[in-house]
Design a protein around this ligand. Structure first.
Ligand SMILES: *Cc1c(COP(=O)(O)O)cnc(C)c1O
Length: 453
């Protein structure tokens, strides 16, 4: 077992529950607030957007929630996903560290996103919803939701951040292949989009704007609901199947991580990989350092403020206490579109405040350096988002070499980059821009945080 490169689980070994970390934390995360009354939001406040089953998961105090049979059946199209030992990368780095990566690019969408799009579509279907709306940045989430809706015979309408829509035309084709409708955001389809386009026809869009458009379309119609691909507790919980599998896979090779590193946009792949390990850590069974890596251009955890803010730009969603750069902050156009979100998941923000995890931010050129080195040794071309996790992994592996320590590093390769090759082109042409922490823009956006909280 010890010399495996690819550590696999049988379908029969696939975990059958998701892990909810909330009841295991030393204190509960602060509640979401109603955007109007500013009182803690109750299930009814979320009902125009989400089905009741997901709202109940959002506030659940159960440590485990069983994965419905129908969802398990779909998961088996690509799960359990492989855990790899990056032997060639280790050699290239000449490090005594052992590097493992959990690969989620084997899913139909090419990322971890179907782990939550499938249950979200399923629960909506069970409650009679016929159509889901959503936002997408790089296009991974739009693809994942379009795929899930196709399986459950539902309609799907996607707003893609215009900058990505223009830069990544094949995502649109893939989303349409799964039967969904897609618009660049801001769009002429919604009142909010029309308003923004009237002000600036060249508005490049942002995740916050696209969320506002998708929410505007869903909220008034009982047969339409909205689906979010990250940030919320239930989304993070659906992703924990990643970490639960990785725990079993590392046990097969008798290894325990010293450091776990993931990239964070809204935090879902990071939470999915790390929360089951954090459970073991809180129970005193292991003691890994857990580290989030975010882009220097959008550093919500390392440079944002911990405050109540809206999840979207228009201010229609409940207020969430999170690390935020301000709901109308538009990050520079880095290639990792999935990491261009103004806030961090409230649950991860809370866990960061509790001191249970660390964070660092890295410029995109260093990330692509790591991504290309990874590809040339391991053979998989990573999506721009997980190149951040890989850059953090390379830093850690080199630190282990410096210290002469056999550290065990675990990371998530949460998606492949086959539809992101334009970003690699940019990197090879040498004109990739390393955007710095946009201090001025952030300071400005933070003046528009809800003030009376
Ligand atoms: C969406 C996405 C991300 C960012 O979202 P998280 O919720 O932080 O995981 C990162 N990587 C890939 C490949 C994505 O598709």
């Amino acid at each position: 077992m010890a010399d495996l490169t690819k550590i696999l689980l049988d379908e029969s070994e696939m975990p059958t529950s998701w892990y909810n970390i909330v009841p295991d934390l030393p204190s509960p995360p602060p509640p979401a607030l109603h955007p109007g009354t500013r009182e803690p939001a109750g299930p009814d406040d979320f009902a125009p957007l989400f089905p009741m089953a997901l709202i109940m998961q959002e506030v659940s105090q159960d440590s485990y929630i069983e994965i419905p049979e129908e969802v398990q059946e779909v998961y088996k199209l690509w799960r359990p996903s492989p855990l790899f030992r990056a032997r060639r990368l280790e050699k290239a780095l000449d490090t005594p560290a052992r590097i493992y990566y959990k690969y989620e690019g084997v899913s139909p969408a090419g990322s971890h996103k179907p782990n939550t799009s499938v249950p979200q579509a399923y629960y909506n279907k069970m409650e009679g919803v016929s159509k889901l709306t959503t936002e997408t940045g790089a296009g991974q989430w739009g693809t994942a939701l379009a795929f899930a809706c196709a399986l459950f015979d539902m309609e799907c309408e996607v707003w893609q951040v215009r900058a990505s829509y223009d830069a990544k035309p094949y995502r649109k084709a893939m989303i349409e292949t799964f039967g969904a409708t897609i618009h660049p955001s801001p769009s002429e389809v919604t009142e909010y989009g029309r308003k923004l386009l009237a002000d600036d026809p060249n508005n490049p869009g942002s995740l916050g704007i696209a969320i506002s458009e998708a929410v505007e379309m869903a909220a008034p119609h009982p047969e339409i609901r909205y689906a979010l691909g990250s940030v919320l507790n239930h989304v993070l919980m659906h992703q924990t199947i990643i970490g639960e599998e990785a725990l079993k896979q590392l046990a097969k090779v008798d290894d325990t991580p010293d450091v776990i590193i993931g990239c964070t946009g809204g935090g879902s792949n990071f939470a999915g990989l790390t929360f089951p390990f954090l459970r073991e850590k809180m129970a005193g069974k292991m003691n890994p350092t857990i580290r989030a890596v975010e882009p220097a251009a959008c550093p919500s955890l390392t440079k944002g403020v911990y405050a109540y803010d809206f999840g979207d730009t228009a201010g229609m969603t409940p207020l969430m206490k999170m690390h935020t750069l301000g709901h109308d902050f538009i990050p520079d156009e880095i290639h990792a579109g999935g990491l261009r979100y103004h806030g961090m998941s409230p649950l991860i923000s809370h866990i960061y405040e509790l001191g249970l995890i660390e964070a660092e931010s890295i410029h995109q050129t260093e990330c692509f350096d790591a991504g290309v080195q990874f590809a040339r040794n391991e053979g998989i071309v990573p999506a721009p988002e997980p190149t951040h996790a890989l850059a953090g992994t390379v830093r850690e592996a080199l630190a282990a070499k410096e210290a002469g320590e056999e550290r065990v590093i675990l990371t998530a390769l949460c998606g492949h980059g086959h539809l992101d090759m334009a970003a690699y082109d940019r990197y090879f042409s040498g004109d990739m821009i390393d955007y710095d922490y946009p201090e001025e823009k952030v300071r400005d956006a933070l003046t528009r945080l809800p003030q009376d909280l």
